[in-house]
Design a protein around this ligand. Structure first.
Ligand SMILES: [Zn+2]
Ligand SMILES: [Zn+2]
Length: 382
């Protein structure tokens, strides 16, 4: 593989630091998108799509003849968490930080853009996608629902995520599920308030709430694969001592390694909660937020990613179990063969979303190298 000159890398590191200094959270990534537009201004992409699924961007590099359309995806958004690591590129925006390394992922795709600009695909097309709002699980969905996505609908899609806790540069792979699917779910129970001297005149959801808090976490046992239900918030009535509660809500996160298992778990929760509510004479409603599909890797793409890592001399680890966290890239695995892999960010690196996390600059070169090599290997197959 062609070597990078240090000036190219410095230029990318500088870009990463600028992105790190001015983080924007989900749905607000306007200035970030602008910076990416400026970076691509001189790269001569054959097609640029702006405001895709909100603030998203896609740059298309076309080959001389027809062939596969490959998509490489990164994320535009940062987190509503303070950047606590003092550095020359510490976040300038109070309460916001690039603490998931999406600044690094964007820079890697920018580096790939430079490579494509210098060396057009022989055949097919390469789409570089800068997706908004990954952290809330809304971005991938918004991209796929944008009518213009049809013009860039890929034959295969790739993404990477940096992974603290693994040796720097190690490629973390899995056949099948890479990361769990999950959803936030809120159950709302509505009864009737009454004077606390006459609770019998109202319908107090307290017992139903208590029963659900006990019974719902048991439901994952009824699902065949790995599934988990974690209670995260509960509320009953209000702090009014003269009033018997008339409302309650219970919020939880559901997750599973298989999309069918996740849907089964949701159905089980609905079924059980409806039963409990009906018995108590309560009205019941369900709300869902932050839904992430299971990230499922296509087995046919596995050897391509594996060979790319080998060709770069990187160490590879096949993770025995999927990750319990979720990535909204999972939605791409529902529309085309896709592959998500991890890049070790160092064993002593702070965890993602920690205040002191800072994407390792050394990974930019590795990430660009991996994507260039994946693209090269697929071209060779055609
Ligand atoms: Zn994150
Ligand atoms: Zn992330």
């Amino acid at each position: 593989m062609e070597k990078f000159t240090s000036s190219t890398m410095n230029h990318l590191i500088q870009l990463r630091h600028t992105l790190h200094q001015f983080p924007e959270i989900a749905q607000e990534e306007h200035n970030t998108a602008q910076k990416i537009m400026e970076f691509f201004a001189s790269l001569g992409a054959d097609r640029t799509i702006q405001n895709l699924g909100g603030t998203g961007l896609a740059f298309v590099f076309k080959g001389k003849k027809a062939g596969k359309r490959l998509l490489f995806r990164c994320e535009l958004d940062a987190l509503p968490i303070e950047d606590l690591k003092p550095s020359d590129h510490q976040s300038q925006i109070p309460g916001k930080g690039h603490l998931c390394g999406h600044d690094g992922h964007m820079t890697i795709i920018c580096g790939l853009g430079e490579k494509l600009s210098q060396n057009r695909p022989e055949s097919g097309e390469v789409v570089l996608l800068f997706q908004p709002a990954e952290e809330t699980g809304d971005g991938a969905k918004a991209i796929l629902e944008d009518p213009r996505f049809e013009e860039i609908r890929p034959d295969a899609a790739f993404a990477l995520h940096n992974l603290p806790g693994y040796p720097l540069h190690q490629v973390v792979m899995r056949k099948g599920t890479f990361a769990a699917g999950s959803t936030g779910m809120t159950i709302s129970l509505t009864g009737k308030t009454s004077h606390s001297a006459h609770p019998e005149a109202g319908i107090n959801p307290a017992q139903a709430l208590a029963s659900l808090m006990q019974k719902l976490p048991e439901l994952p046992k009824e699902v065949s694969g790995f599934a988990l239900l974690t209670l995260i918030h509960a509320e009953l009535g209000s702090l009014a001592f003269g009033t018997s509660a008339g409302r309650a809500s219970l919020s939880m996160t559901l997750r599973a390694y298989d999309q069918n298992d996740l849907e089964k778990l949701i159905d089980l929760v609905k079924e059980k909660a409806t039963l409990v509510a009906e018995k108590a004479g309560l009205k019941i409603d369900f709300g869902f937020v932050e839904s992430f599909a299971v990230s499922k890797n296509d087995p046919e793409l596995y050897p391509i990613v594996e060979n790319a890592a080998r060709n770069l001399g990187l160490s590879i680890i096949e993770k025995p179990e999927p990750f319990r966290w979720s990535e909204d890239f999972g939605l791409f695995s529902q529309i085309c063969p896709s592959f998500l892999f991890g890049l070790g960010a160092g064993e002593d690196c702070p965890q993602l979303h920690e205040g002191t996390y800072d994407f390792p600059d050394e990974l930019i070169k590795t990430g660009v190298g991996m994507f260039v090599e994946i693209w090269r290997l697929i071209q060779k197959e055609e």
